[in-house]
Every structure is written in structure tokens, then in C-alpha cells.
Design a protein around this ligand. Structure first.
Ligand SMILES: *[C@@H]1O[C@H](CO)[C@@H](O)[C@H](O)[C@H]1NC(C)=O
Ligand SMILES: *[C@@H]1O[C@H](CO)[C@@H](O)[C@H](O)[C@H]1NC(C)=O
Ligand SMILES: *[C@@H]1O[C@H](CO)[C@@H](O)[C@H](O)[C@H]1NC(C)=O
Ligand SMILES: *[C@@H]1O[C@H](CO)[C@@H](O)[C@H](O)[C@H]1NC(C)=O
Ligand SMILES: *[C@@H]1O[C@H](CO)[C@@H](O)[C@H](O)[C@H]1NC(C)=O
Ligand SMILES: CC(=O)N[C@H]1CO[C@H](CO)[C@@H](O)[C@@H]1O
Length: 891
């Protein structure tokens, strides 16, 4: 059906496709054929202030490569800010699918009139044949250019290709497991949400982020294509480096971001203006999370909680995978293995020890008409299930067997989802969870194509599988040790241009692309939004349960902008050194580019069996993931940190560091929430002129200033890493280390240590001591570590609030600055942390013993400070309450 439409408002497409060649992969189409297409010519060009419009008329008959070329297109170019140009090309005659505003709110534009001439980047075009480019105003350097690559715009195929500098530095375009620095040789990045066990390189994974940052020594810019249809983005060096979009629907809706010529993080903030800034997460969410698939029953879960306490490893949050469900049905508890009264006992126990509890929630609901399964019955009653093309319920095959999927576009979906959360996760009578884990939301299906009989396949695939153990005695004591604690159907199912979907057909292992949503959209268009829409519904449901508190939601599938509400784990990796290494690139992509900073990979690996050494190294790397969770598959050997002595020690060492740095990271998250500044940085963000940093993805900065350089080779105790030409300080000894801009090797790194350096120029706010829970951590004093840069100055920030409110009633926000021997701590002291003091300051790189030391203007006695000449550290006792500004000064 057609719907009336306005520029930049929701529209519904009916792809009136005509005659096609048979299904082709674009790789079978010679690029020369596409480049020989006649393209369009711009006419009726009108430029007025910040807006340019034109009609694009097809030259001749077009090339009709995957359908019939659309005759007339509409071009609209808007200089939205001084650093952002919006370029949109649509079918002039008929509305097509666009990402709905409800899923991706457009940035507000206006307020101030932008003069194109003063903008940092310019839109330029050639009228016939039509091509366009974007260049930097000051340098006239071209950043994007479609010249000699005609735009192709067909019902189910859109093509835009830009030339790039040779061997360009491109980052983003996920989700994938390529290196962070994308190979430009023969690389295809496919965007189509897919349940992708083992996260294979070169295949489409769970989420979709059609945004890239391109870095040059002359500056960094960004390009975002706001299109959610399936696509292949190709990077090639054949015939000159180029990037080509091949998209099977929607419109061309580009945002060009100028970035900056000096600060690579500027483009991240500009992307946040478009995609939204990340949600703040609760303080406790930075604690250690423990999970696995395969905790058999409530006794097992309670035992893990007790064992962590017994091992003295801080456990903040216990998680449970689908094991808890009755026959794998969402919103149920298995009455024999996870009975409600015992589960409530576990949750009460956790809460009384300042610990948290999270379980998995899947979108697919078991299809059980006429049964007593209320989650299904209430959904059927409200008629909120995704529908097949003929109007029947669209069926999938997931953990509980045959399922239906919620239709996130249905007007009653919020009511339904909120109700299920309210009932099942009721603090009074249900499972009182503290956060939510949402999975399988690509959406996944186990049904093999053509999936004509999911009921038969449920039998063949043994779904839901029977339990492998007998249920425990329901009265088994736990916690006994008190010391422990539209279109033609064929076109939508098999479009003429077949994206390189690793699941084969477009509907392979997911909901059928001809399924219909309540608002008329098909899964063909909405597929890549499913995970993000489930995220939004879950966010609302958690807010409805606890209206003032920040929800913690960790999802598998995301679309651009998902970070406004949720965090993300990197999916079903394996316990391999390769996946340990690639986790850094994955995490950097989400945290530094896609604006989804609450991210981490399953520590010690999900699938396959881990080893002691791998798990020890991974525990330490994982302490520098914003989201730190150990998670494991049901068929893999157990890998809780307490299972090996070396891993226990590694985890304790590194959680001690993570927790002492927790406020430093919390402050970075607050800044990210305010303006999109990334919380993790690839090295080139900090050293944009140093070409050696561009490909590095085995090291990164945690926050602005902690350089993490993990050991990366199997069972090795040495690592060769890069220290840029700058001053650093060893995190453990605090002694200065001069970076030379050459590879540095450290040897004899035990399996309980990870190399960490402080980048000169930082004042770090650390808790003076770690703790067993984050609640306890919040009672600890602060200490400040002053690490001067090559210019002798340093700065930092500290933000403290109640750690959980969406709108905290009060906050402390401090600027920490160091110059000429003086650290000054100033700002707003709104949050009252009872009894929390600034206990001491450590000044690094102090070359000689001080003559005088003053705290708050008063000279202090010699016994109140210590100077270590070998390490060049001056350690000053402060002991002031953190309620007013103060200085510490040495001469
Ligand atoms: C803008 O486009 C025109 C026409 O193609 C071209 O002659 C000119 O060099 C371009 N300007 C820049 C700065 O790229
Ligand atoms: C490009 O990559 C594909 C997929 O990995 C491979 O099959 C093909 O041989 C490669 N082509 C070239 C020219 O390297
Ligand atoms: C309780 O836990 C402590 C600490 O791990 C252990 O030393 C002790 O043996 C346990 N006691 C019992 C009765 O299991
Ligand atoms: C509707 O379509 C589904 C999926 O293609 C099919 O299984 C079902 O039999 C159809 N129902 C009717 C009434 O045609
Ligand atoms: C390696 O480190 C251990 C302890 O950390 C130390 O005892 C040993 O001497 C070191 N070996 C070498 C070769 O440096
Ligand atoms: C052991 C194993 O199955 N490894 C696979 C996991 O995924 C990697 C890359 O992501 C593949 O290359 C491996 O084959």
C-alpha cells in the first residue's frame, strides 16, 4: 500500500519491481559495466542559503543491471551545521522505505542559519553526467567523489562509489571481525543482521553500522549512510582505491561529517550529533559480571556466587542464560530446576550483599495456541505478532521450538512488552532483575531454508532439548557457608542483487523477509532494525519497572544509534587466541566509532574450551573492556576465574586496577553521554600524524590516558608493542618511560600481569583502594596521580553522582589541573559522598627532591610526603574531605 509522505518523515515503500535479470552477485558484474552506465543529469538546480535541490534525470535508457533504472530522482543537499552536510537522493515519483523516525530520530536542524561558505566542508557537483564530491573548504582536499562512477538507482539496487586515496585508512562499516584498520584490497562488508556463531571473518554479523571514519595525516572525516536495507560495501584496490555501496532498497541518505584536521575525536562527536549520544549506565555495571550457558539449576547458580566469594574475587553481577526457562520459553521459570522461591532466595541474597542479577530475554515467543502459556496468549490476544505475507502468524524456529516474533512496530507492543516485564520480573512476586540481556534479536531462527515445515524441523532438531541432569532436591540448602558468599513475493525473498549474506538466502536463519509489520513495513526493509527496536522496547519496559533508574541492557543485534539505550556484547566468539585478539578491534569499533561504548567480548571465550593461560590473559584484557563479563557455552569446560590459581590471581590483580580506575571510566562515560567523546581510543586518535599508529589494533587507550598493551601470542610471556614518541609512565612502578616511536619489547610478563602505561599529560582520579563490590568501592577515598606531559602540564576530570539516577539530584564535577608544580582540584562539589576524602597525591616525573610541599596553601612537615628518587615519584598525604577546592603544590 502507498502512504502519503513528506521529505524526512516516515514513509513506506512499495517496491514496484518490474522485470529482472536472474539473481546475481555484484562480483559477477564487471565494475567496468557499472562505470559505463550512463547515469543521470542534474536539472532544475536551485541553491538558496544552506539548501540545494535538483532533479536528476536518467540519461538515455540507463543500464538496467538489476532492474529498471528509475527515470527521475530528487536531490536535496542541506548544510545542517558548520561541520555536517546532508545529501539525500530519492525517487522523485514514489515514496520508498526510509528508516523510520521512531527508530532513528533525525538530528534537529535549524536554530542557526548556516552559510555554506563558512562550513568546514563543501558539496560540489558536476551536472552532466551527474556526480558529486565533498571537499575540505580550507585545503580543497577532496574527501568523497563519485566522479566517473555513475550513480545507479533501481527499485532493488542502489549503487554509489567513491574514489579514495591509495590504501586509505578506513575504520567502521560493521559489524564484522576484520581488523579495525580495514583492508582495502578486495573486501566486502555485508550489512544484514545474522546469528553468526563463531563470528567468522568476512561474513555479516549481528549488527549494522553503515558509518566509516577515514583518517589522513591531513584530517579525519566521517561518512554515514542512513539506510537499513541489506547491502554490500566493497573496498577495492583494483583500478584505484575505492569504496562502493551496493544496496537492495531504501534511499541514498548520506551525512558527511567534516571531523577535524587536528583532533580525530571531533568526528566521533559529530557522528553522535546524528546517531545520538550514548546512554549513561549505572555505576555497578562496571563491576565484574559472571555468566555461562549451562548452569544446570539454582544450586549451580548459588554455588558460583559462593565460590567467587570464597576465592576473594569481586563478583558484582551473576547472570543466567536460557537455562532458567521452562522448556526454553521466555518469561517462565522451570519449576523443577529454577523454582521461583529458590530463585527469589538467590536474588535476595545477592541484593543483600550489594550484588546484582541479570537473565537473558529472547524475542521469540513459543507458538502454543490453545495452551496455558500466557506470554503467547496475551500476545495473540493483542495480535502483536509479526505476520506472514498472507496474514497468518510468521513462524520461526528458536530455542523453545516453533515460535512467533513480536512486531516492534505494532502500536500495542509497548503495552505488551511492559506487561510481560512487570509480571515476570516483578520485585514483589517474580524475578527481581537489575539489568537485561537480550539475544537472538537479528532475529535468529534455526529453521533451514526453505523452512516449509518448522514443526517437522523442531522434531528433527530436538527443540526444546531435554535436560541432561535430574532436577535437584527443591530443598537443597544454598549459601550454607556463611564465610563464602511489498512487492512481488519472489522479489522480496530473492532480490535480483543478492547481498553476500553468509546465511545464504535473505531469509536464511531469520524471519522471512516477506513478513509484514502492523504498519505495513516488511522484514525486507525492517530486518536490520529488529535488534534495536527490541532494545527500545526493553529500555521502556525497564524504565516502567523502575522509572528513575538507568537501565543496563546488553544486546546482540544493533543498528546505528542503538547506544542511546543499550550496550552490546560481541556475540558468540570462541575460546581462541585469535578471538582474544580480534575482540580489541570489535570493541574499538563499537566504542570509538559506533557510539555504543558499553561493550565487551565474552571473556575467556564463549564456544570451545578455554585454557588456563588464555583465560588468565583474557581476564586481564577483559578488565579493560567497558563491559566485563565472563561467559561460556553449555558444552564447554567451566571457566569461572576461580577454577585456576593463576586465573584467580590474574583476575584479582586486574580487577583491583579496574576498580581503582572505575571513577575515571565513569567520568569518561559521563562525557560521552554529554557530547559523544569516545571512552576508548585507538592510538591514532591520540597521535594523528604518526602513520605507524594507523593500523594498530592490539593496543588501545582505556579512557584518555591508560595505554593497554596486552600480550597477544599464545602462551607467550613477551609482547612487542608500539610506544609513540611521547612521555609515558609505567602504571605499576609509576616511573617515566620515554616512548621512542619504535616497537618496544617486554619479556617475562607473568600470566598475572598486563602491561599498562599512563600517557603523559593526565591527572588520574583513582580510588585509593579497591573493594569487593562497587557499593563498597564508593566509600573509598580518592588519590590523584599527576603524570605530566612533555610540556610539564597535566589535566583530568572527575565526575561523581549517585551512580544510578537518570537525572541525578546532585553531582560533583571536578577539573584537575597541574602546572608549575601545582595540582588544583576545582569545580562543583554537589554530590555528598559521606566520609570520602582525597587521601593523597602522587606526582610523577619529579626529577629532584622537593624543597617545600604545600597542601591547601599550608606547608606540610617532611613526614607527610615521601620522595622516591629512582622512580621520580613524590607521594604527598592530603587527607582532605572531597567537598571543597584544594591545591597541592611543591617547589
Ligand atoms: C568542483 O567541481 C567542478 C566541476 O566538476 C570542478 O571543476 C572543481 O575542480 C571542483 N572543485 C573542487 C574543489 O574539487
Ligand atoms: C576476493 O575475495 C573473495 C572472497 O574472499 C575471493 O573469493 C576472491 O578470489 C578474491 N579476489 C581477488 C581478486 O583476490
Ligand atoms: C567456607 O569457605 C571458606 C573460604 O573459602 C573455606 O575456607 C571453608 O572451608 C568453608 N567452610 C565450609 C564449611 O565449607
Ligand atoms: C500462510 O503462509 C504461511 C507461510 O508461508 C503458510 O505456512 C500458511 O500455510 C499460509 N496460510 C494460509 C491460510 O494460506
Ligand atoms: C621473571 O620474573 C620473575 C618474577 O616475576 C623473576 O623471579 C625472574 O627472575 C624473572 N626472570 C628473568 C629472566 O628476568
Ligand atoms: C576454532 C574455530 O572454529 N575457529 C573459527 C572461529 O572464527 C574464526 C574467525 O572469526 C574462524 O576463522 C575460525 O574458523
Amino acid at each position: 500500500m502507498h502512504r502519503k509522505t513528506l521529505w524526512s518523515s516516515l514513509r513506506v515503500a512499495v517496491l514496484t519491481s518490474l522485470f529482472y535479470a536472474s539473481v546475481l552477485h555484484a562480483e559477477f558484474v564487471d565494475p567496468k559495466v557499472l562505470d559505463a552506465c550512463s547515469g543521470y543529469s542534474a536539472t532544475n538546480i536551485k541553491a538558496s542559503g544552506a539548501v540545494l535541490t535538483a532533479d536528476l534525470l536518467l540519461n538515455g535508457e540507463g543500464c538496467n543491471v538489476f532492474g529498471t533504472d528509475i527515470k527521475k530522482l530528487g536531490l536535496k543537499v542541506v548544510y545542517e551545521t558548520d561541520t555536517r552536510i546532508h545529501v539525500k537522493i530519492v525517487d522523485a515519483a514514489a515514496p520508498r522505505f526510509e528508516v523510520p523516525e521512531s527508530v532513528f530520530p533525525r538530528p534537529t536542524v535549524g536554530g542557526r542559519a548556516i552559510s555554506p561558505r563558512s562550513a568546514a566542508i563543501q558539496f560540489n557537483y558536476t551536472a552532466s553526467p551527474f556526480s558529486f564530491s565533498v571537499y575540505r573548504t580550507a585545503s580543497r582536499e577532496v574527501l568523497f567523489s563519485t566522479a566517473s562512477h555513475p550513480i545507479i538507482f533501481e527499485p532493488q539496487y542502489l549503487r554509489v562509489k567513491t574514489t579514495l586515496p591509495s590504501d586509505a585508512n578506513i575504520y567502521g562499516l560493521g559489524e564484522h571481525t576484520h581488523p579495525f584498520h580495514l583492508p582495502t584490497e578486495n573486501t566486502t562488508l555485508t550489512l544484514w543482521s545474522r546469528d553468526s556463531y563463531g563470528i567468522p571473518v568476512g561474513t555479516n554479523l549481528y549488527g549494522n553500522h553503515p558509518v566509516y571514519f577515514e583518517h589522513r595525516t591531513t584530517g579525519t572525516h566521517g561518512v554515514f549512510l542512513l539506510n537499513a536495507n541489506g547491502m554490500d560495501i566493497k573496498l577495492t584496490n583494483a583500478g584505484g582505491t575505492a569504496l562502493e555501496y551496493n544496496v537492495i532498497g531504501g534511499v541514498l541518505d548520506f551525512y558527511f561529517l567534516a571531523g577535524s584536521t587536528t583532533d580525530p575525536t571531533a568526528v566521533a562527536r559529530q557522528y553522535a550529533e546524528v546517531a545520538g549520544r550514548p546512554a549513561e549506565v549505572p555505576y555497578w555495571s562496571f563491576g565484574l559480571h559472571q555468566c555461562r550457558f549451562g548452569y544446570h539449576d539454582f544450586v549451580d547458580v548459588a554455588g558460583v556466587i559462593s565460590n567467587y566469594a570464597a576465592a576473594g574475587i569481586p563478583l558484582e553481577t551473576m547472570w543466567t542464560d536460557i537455562d532458567y526457562m521452562d522448556r526454553r520459553r521466555v518469561f517462565t521459570l522451570d519449576p523443577d530446576y529454577f523454582p521461583l522461591n529458590r530463585m527469589r532466595e538467590i536474588v535476595d541474597y545477592l541484593h543483600s550483599h550489594d550484588q546484582k542479577y541479570i537473565v537473558m530475554t529472547d524475542p521469540a515467543v513459543a507458538y502454543l495456541p490453545g495452551d496455558t502459556y500466557e506470554a503467547y496468549n496475551r500476545g495473540a490476544e493483542a495480535d502483536i505478532w509479526l505476520k506472514s505475507a498472507n496474514g497468518s502468524e510468521s513462524l520461526g524456529l528458536v530455542w523453545p521450538g516453533v515460535t512467533v516474533y513480536p512486531d516492534w512496530f505494532h502500536p500495542k507492543i509497548t503495552e505488551y512488552w511492559n506487561k510481560e516485564f512487570e509480571l515476570f520480573y516483578s520485585p514483589e512476586s517474580g524475578l527481581d532483575i537489575d539489568g537485561v540481556w537480550i539475544d537472538m534479536n537479528e532475529p535468529a531462527s534455526f529453521c533451514n531454508m526453505p523452512c516449509t515445515d518448522p514443526f517437522q524441523q523442531a522434531i528433527e532438531q530436538n527443540l526444546p532439548p531435554p535436560r541432561s541432569n535430574a532436577p535437584p532436591d527443591p530443598n537443597t540448602p544454598i549459601f550454607v557457608n556463611s564465610s563464602a558468599i511489498k512487492v512481488k513475493r519472489d522479489d522480496i525473498l530473492n532480490p535480483p542483487y543478492a547481498i553476500n549474506n553468509a546465511a545464504g538466502a535473505l531469509s536464511g536463519k531469520t524471519a522471512f523477509t516477506d513478513s509484514k509489520h502492523a504498519n505495513g513495513l516488511t522484514e525486507y526493509d525492517a530486518h536490520n532494525l529488529f535488534g534495536t527496536m527490541m532494545s527500545t522496547a526493553t529500555y521502556k519496559a525497564m524504565l516502567a519497572r523502575r522509572p528513575s533508574k538507568r537501565p543496563l541492557i546488553i544486546t546482540r543485534s544493533t543498528y546505528a544509534g542503538a547506544g542511546r539505550e543499550v550496550g552490546k556484547w560481541l556475540g558468540d566468539n570462541l575460546s581462541t587466541w585469535e578471538h582474544y585478539r580480534i575482540s580489541i578491534a570489535g570493541m574499538l569499533s563499537f566504542a570509538s566509532i559506533y557510539q555504543i561504548p558499553m561493550v565487551g567480548s565474552d571473556i575467556c571465550g564463549f564456544g570451545a574450551d578455554t585454557t588456563e593461560n588464555l583465560c588468565a590473559r583474557w581476564a586481564m584484557l577483559g578488565a579493560f573492556y567497558p563491559f566485563m563479563r565472563n561467559h561460556n557455552q553449555d558444552t564447554s569446560t567451566s571457566q569461572e576465574f576461580y577454577r585456576w590459581a593463576s586465573v584467580t590471581q590474574a583476575a584479582k590483580n586486574v580487577i583491583d586496577i579496574r576498580y581503582r580506575l572505575l571513577d575515571y571510566m565513569y567520568t569518561a562515560f559521563h562525557q560521552a553521554h554529554l557530547d559523544g567523546t569516545p571512552v576508548l581510543h585507538p592510538l591514532w586518535f591520540k597521535y594523528p600524524k604518526d602513520t605507524a599508529t594507523f593500523p594498530i589494533d592490539l593496543q588501545f587507550f582505556y579512557g584518555d590516558s591508560i595505554l593497554v598493551s596486552p600480550v597477544t601470542q599464545e602462551d607467550s610471556t613477551s609482547v612487542t608493542f608500539y610506544l609513540p614518541r611521547d612521555i609515558f609512565y609505567d602504571f605499576t612502578t609509576l616511573a617515566p618511560v620515554q616512548g621512542t616511536g619504535a616497537p618496544t619489547t617486554l619479556t617475562n610478563i607473568s600470566f598475572t600481569q598486563i602491561p599498562l602505561h599512563i600517557k603523559g599529560g593526565a591527572v588520574l582520579p583513582l580510588r585509593a583502594q579497591s573493594a569487593m563490590t562497587t557499593a563498597e568501592l564508593r566509600t573509598r577515598d580518592f588519590e590523584f596521580v599527576v603524570a605530566p606531559g612533555t610540556d610539564g602540564t597535566a589535566s583530568g576530570a572527575l565526575y561523581i553522582d549517585d551512580g544510578e539516577s537518570i537525572a541525578p539530584p546532585s553531582a560533583t564535577s571536578l577539573k584537575l589541573t597541574f602546572k608549575n608544580g601545582r595540582l588544583s582540584v576545582q569545580g562543583v562539589f554537589g554530590y555528598k559522598a559521606e566520609g570520602v576524602k582525597a587521601s593523597r597525591v602522587r606526582f610523577l616525573g619529579v626529577e629532584r627532591a622537593p624543597r617545600t610541599v604545600r597542601v591547601g596553601g599550608k606547608a606540610v612537615v617532611k613526614s607527610a610526603y615521601a620522595y622516591d628518587a629512582e622512580r621520580q615519584v613524590l607521594d604527598v598525604e592530603v587527607g582532605l574531605p572531597l567537598t571543597a577546592p584544594f591545591n597541592v603544590h611543591y617547589t
